[in-house]
Design a protein around this ligand. Structure first.
Ligand code: ADP
Ligand code: MG
Length: 630
């Protein structure tokens, strides 16, 4: 053992309390200490943080860590500080003064680790300070974000190599999932040269991969989240689905929390906290929930909707079983799912003609003549525009996004304009005295007058939901009432909308001559389609699912023996299963999902065949999903 070898063990033991390294940790760490640019692809939970933290600790200078999420940074900073190691981070939400102090401390050697977001490294303030720091290592965490071919592309990551010019120090790029294409992209982009690569297989021998076809997802979710199940995550694609699945679980007296990007930050944080401390809590989330989750004993990751790519799926499913214990990962799907996904291609990547047409319609609607070069901003109401031209909102929005990416228009982020109401004092008072006014309208008027003072003075912000609660009527009724007042000249009601502003780019083109980088667009579209295909192939396969995943990442493995297809092939003794079914039904009738719940998820395929057989042989009969012995 060389002296550096022995000292990395000493450091590992004294700071982390571990006796040995895992996976390729030791080689990676020694290489980084020897000054090599390194790319490490290690599965989630393998211990990537240690790969930069240990060398960083041993180097004299500072280690800069680029990380995509504040929550991730905070966790790492807290972890290091717990070990008595100086660490800090600059991120949005801090005052400029705080950032100043932290950056200064880093210059004067007060910090051992400095965490930043990729966009932070672009700022002038950061660049000038960074120059003065004594830097030994730059670590790029979640490095797959660099690549457009990855599942979580962050354009800011592409500019990271610029900071290479400032300090000639080793770069270490870390990620859990990367296809061969993404790996190439990371290396090229960060200019890792020469690079030492450590790429481990994405195989997770303790995960049982399953795909379950069902026309009733809710029932499946109820059955799969039985009482004995600990710690699970359910992924759904929409906020609405997250909320409704959560409501359903709560109605079944289960503990469930939801999490999605539309929630306030503090609500998201408390959802995570809740889930973290309670082993029986089910997290129902969109893909916004993920990076940085460190719960070791998640026993099931259930996909309520189809994932958008195999890569994203592996990442999400990989949050199960980080402790190495057996865990089930399951994708639910029904007949319409695949169709819905194909529609997504059209919605997300509209054809060139459609985009040109939208551009032309915008020009007409804002009366911007071809050839004009001045930039003027127009307020833009997407739902109204969609309605006027009879367009699908999602498709329209995506066309606008593409025009924006091509800098042919500028589309501001949506700002929610709240609902506004003003009432005319005269008209209101005479309406209230009008004997033909319906009693409920009268109550309604009196209620809003009580709820909002100053309605006669000026337009004020109102909340239809709140009114509806006080009025004990559905929100639609409230809106109808307000519209009625507006129509009849009693007041002025402007319902809320997600407003954008739009400007034409430098030059207003004739729509037939719209200069678009079609190659890039086409490439993105192909990538999107290839991603969908990867998940479809995964769903459709009847070979080992673990092998399909490994092959996708460029590895070859043996059959896992625990996925549904392997269980079907190796394990399910149809015989014994059939006897099991018979014994259960002999005690009492069961619904199909109750019956399935008594067996391993991976047995479903065989069970379905057995049930069909038993039904045909008139051993059982199935009516309204209830099975009983004949
Ligand atoms: P990753 O970033 O690869 O998903 P982390 O760096 O967050 O994983 O590490 C996951 C867990 O594994 C952490 O709790 C960490 O302390 C632990 N760990 C890392 N290296 C070792 C090791 N050599 N021995 C035991 N535990 C380790
Ligand atoms: Mg990590």
């Amino acid at each position: 053992m060389s002296s550096s070898d022995s000292s990395i063990y000493t450091t590992l033991k004294s700071y982390w309390g571990y006796d040995s390294f895992r996976f390729d940790q030791e080689e990676i760490i020694s290489g980084v200490i020897a000054g090599h640019d390194t790319l490490a692809v290690l599965p989630t939970g393998a211990g990537k943080s240690l790969c930069y933290q240990l060398p960083g600790l041993m180097f004299d200078g500072l280690t800069l860590v680029v990380s995509p999420l504040i929550a991730l940074m905070k966790d790492q900073i807290a972890g290091l500080r717990d070990k008595g190691i100086k660490a800090n981070g600059v991120y949005s939400g801090q005052t400029k003064r705080t950032q100043d102090i932290i950056l200064d401390n880093a210059i004067y050697g007060q910090e051992k680790f400095l965490f930043v977001s990729p966009e932070r490294t672009q700022s002038h303030l950061f660049r000038t300070r960074f120059q003065k720091m004594n830097v030994s290592l730059v670590a790029v965490d979640e490095a797959h974000c660099i690549s457009e071919w990855g599942h979580d592309f962050r354009p800011e990551y592409r500019l990271l190599s610029e900071i290479r010019e400032i300090h000639k120090v080793p770069f270490l790029a870390l990620t859990a999932t990367a296809t061969p294409k993404v790996i190439k992209d990371i290396i090229a982009n960060l200019k890792l040269d020469p690079v030492k690569k450590y790429i481990s297989s994405p195989t997770r021998p303790n995960l049982s991969y399953n795909v379950v076809y069902t026309e009733n997802k809710s029932t499946q979710v109820s059955d799969l989240t039985h009482e004995t199940l600990r710690n699970c995550i359910i992924y759904a694609n929409t906020r609405k689905a997250c909320e409704s699945v959560t409501r359903m679980l709560i109605a079944q007296s289960k503990k469930a929390t939801f999490y999605h990007g539309g929630m306030e930050k503090k609500d998201r944080e408390s959802a995570v906290k809740n889930w973290n401390k309670d082993p029986a809590n089910i997290m129902v989330a969109t893909k916004a929930f993920g990076m940085g989750i460190d719960k070791p004993d998640v026993r099931m990751v259930l996909h309520y909707d189809l994932p958008l790519s195999l890569e994203a799926y592996v990442q999400e499913a990989g949050r199960a079983g980080r402790d190495g214990q057996h865990s089930d990962v399951i994708v639910l799907y029904n007949r319409t799912d695949i169709n819905k996904q194909s529609k997504k291609v059209e919605e997300n990547y509209p054809e060139y003609d459609y985009i040109k047409d939208i551009y032309a319609k915008l020009a007409v609607s804002f009366e911007v003549a071809a050839g004009r070069t001045d930039i003027e901003f127009y307020s833009f109401n997407l739902p109204q525009f969609a309605q006027k031209y009879n367009l699908k909102k999602i498709k329209l929005f995506n066309a606008l996004k593409i025009l924006h990416q091509e800098e042919l228009i500028f589309l501001s982020d949506a700002i929610l304009h709240p609902s506004l109401l003003k009432l005319d004092e005269q008209a209101t008072k005479s309406l209230l005295k009008n004997p033909s006014l319906s009693p409920s309208m009268k109550d309604f008027l009196l209620l809003i007058l009580r709820m909002y003072e100053n309605l006669f003075l000026d337009k004020i912000v109102i909340d239809e939901k709140q009114i509806a609660q006080h009025f004990s009527k559905p929100i639609g009724k409230v809106k109808d009432g307000l519209k009625w007042l507006d129509r009849n000249g009693i007041g002025n009601y402007k319902p809320a909308f997600d407003g954008h502003t739009i400007a034409f780019g430098e030059f207003r083109y004739r729509s037939e001559e719209l200069p678009m980088n079609l190659d890039a667009y086409q490439a993105r579209k192909s990538k999107f389609m290839a991603d969908l295909e990867s998940i479809h192939d995964y769903m459709a396969t009847d070979t080992c699912r673990q092998r399909v995943i490994s092959a996708y990442f460029g590895f070859e493995t043996e059959d896992c023996k625990i996925c549904d297809n392997c269980i079907h092939k190796y394990e399910s003794e149809p015989h014994e299963l059939r006897k099991g079914v018979f014994d259960l039904l002999n005690k009492r009738e069961l619904t199909i999902s109750q019956l399935f719940g008594k067996f391993k998820v991976g047995n479903r395929k065989t069970l379905e065949l057995i049930l069909a057989e038993m039904e045909q042989e008139r051993e059982i009969n199935i009516r309204n999903s209830i099975i009983r012995l004949s």
